[in-house]
Design a protein around this ligand. Structure first.
Ligand SMILES: *Cc1c(COP(=O)(O)O)cnc(C)c1O
Length: 401
């Protein structure tokens, strides 16, 4: 028997009802199989265009095997935070591997990309400092900025001139300054103007920080990220990445100087106050990075881009608006949230799983389907997906025929 709702909690129910009436209430789709290019969602087999499993590593045999091997050797959990008793040899090995991959002096692993961003920004800056941030930066950056208590100034999305306007206005700022951007933006799939932002960081003496969650495993040689893609090595002080997307497992990391990493060991609150990764996760991440460092990784990244180009061309040919996307994240713009959710539902009925995204994840009136193809998608699946999206979308009047 469940307890009756206490009156002080009633507002939660009211808010949920309001979200439902505005079509802003999302249902959690449930997978009953592995995270793969074709999977079973809510009991229905579907071509999966909704994951961040860029290289198809989430269910890869090598990662599974490594996770099991690490569990056999080191157990199921660490039962301690990193600074007390939760650092095992494999945690340090993974950090060294990440630093080598990213060509930085050092790296530190966090529980997630979210905690890596939030913990790092809040640790590195304080109330007398200034943060200059792209308006579409990830929620974890926004939360980190708020936690730091620094002054936050937002520049228009990817707008280098607007960014410089802010930096000019604050030229005599007494505290430290941080310029921060996503490398690839998670909802639009466009790429930050990194070389120009690095120029500004140098000109105005800012710490430069990039969140490469969606570019690691995707852009640059063997998926080394936007810094490698733009040849900006040595110009970005703090590089964040995730182990939860292309790497196929879970976690986040920060790369940079040895001092930065040592400082985060001392000050980053998620590192200090939350338990470290279980061995299985570390083992899987090590296996994934080993693949990325080998020719096999280069091949997977190439396949990802070949599939991406094929799929984008197909959508354009069908007349869909894919926004400013330059990466595997390909939005299909709809505008109206109710219509986007209806489109997504109709596609799902036809065996294509492409999630609709609405406010507050994207601005009001910019609802869309967010699609991501992976290296693991077969051409036949992409052709079926395109045919279905075209037929259903055109019937709903979403693209010009
Ligand atoms: C997904 C994402 C994160 C968070 O990474 P997790 O490992 O899933 O916590 C951080 N930044 C950006 C830009 C992201 O897209």
């Amino acid at each position: 028997m469940t307890a009756a709702v206490r009156p002080q909690m009633g507002y939660l129910h009211d808010t949920l009802e309001e979200l439902k009436s505005q079509h802003l209430h999302f249902h959690l789709p449930v997978l009953s199989r592995e995270q793969k290019a074709v999977t079973v969602v809510d009991g229905r087999e579907a071509i999966n265009l909704s994951s961040n499993n860029y290289l198809g590593l989430a269910a890869h045999p090598k990662l599974r095997r490594a996770a099991i091997d690490a569990t056999r050797k080191f157990g199921a959990g660490t039962a301690a935070v990193r600074t007390i008793a939760g650092t095992m040899t494999i945690h340090l090995e993974l950090e060294q591997q990440i630093a080598r991959f990213k060509q930085t002096e050092a790296a530190v692993v966090f529980q997630s990309g979210f905690t890596a961003n939030a913990g790092t920004v809040a640790a590195v800056l304080g109330k007398d400092d200034l943060i200059v941030s792209d308006e579409l930066n990830h929620a974890s950056i926004i939360d980190g900025c708020r936690l730091s208590k620094a002054t936050i100034k937002i520049f228009r999305h990817r707008d280098v001139e607007d960014c410089e306007r802010i930096l000019k206005e604050t030229e005599n700022w007494a505290g430290r300054k941080l310029l921060i951007t996503d490398g690839v933006f998670s909802m639009d799939g466009d790429i930050a103007p990194l070389p120009q932002l690095c120029d500004l960081a140098e000109k105005y003496n800012c710490i430069m920080m990039v969140d490469d969650a969606h570019s690691s495993g995707v852009l640059g040689r063997g998926g080394r990220g936007t810094i490698d893609h733009f040849h900006c090595h040595g110009r970005v002080d703090i590089q964040v990445g995730t182990l939860s997307k292309a790497i196929g497992s879970m976690g986040g990391y920060v790369c940079g100087s040895r001092d930065l990493v040592e400082f985060l060991y001392q000050r980053a609150r998620p590192f200090l106050f939350s338990t470290s990764h279980p061995p299985s996760v570390i083992g899987a991440c090590q296996a994934a990075l080993t693949m990325l460092e080998a020719p096999e990784g280069e091949r997977l990244v190439k396949k990802l881009w070949a599939n991406t180009k094929f799929f984008k061309r197909g959508l354009k040919r069908l007349g869909f608006d894919t926004g400013a996307s330059e990466t595997p994240i390909t939005p299909i713009m709809v505008g109206d949230a109710a219509k986007a959710f209806e489109f997504s539902r109709a596609l799902f009925e036809e065996g294509v799983f492409a999630q609709a995204i609405g406010y507050p994840t994207v601005p009001q009136g910019k609802a869309r389907l967010r699609t991501i193809v992976t290296a693991a998608h077969k051409r036949k699946d992409l052709n079926t997906a395109l045919e279905t999206i075209g037929r259903v979308g055109h019937a709903m009047g979403i693209a010009a025929e």
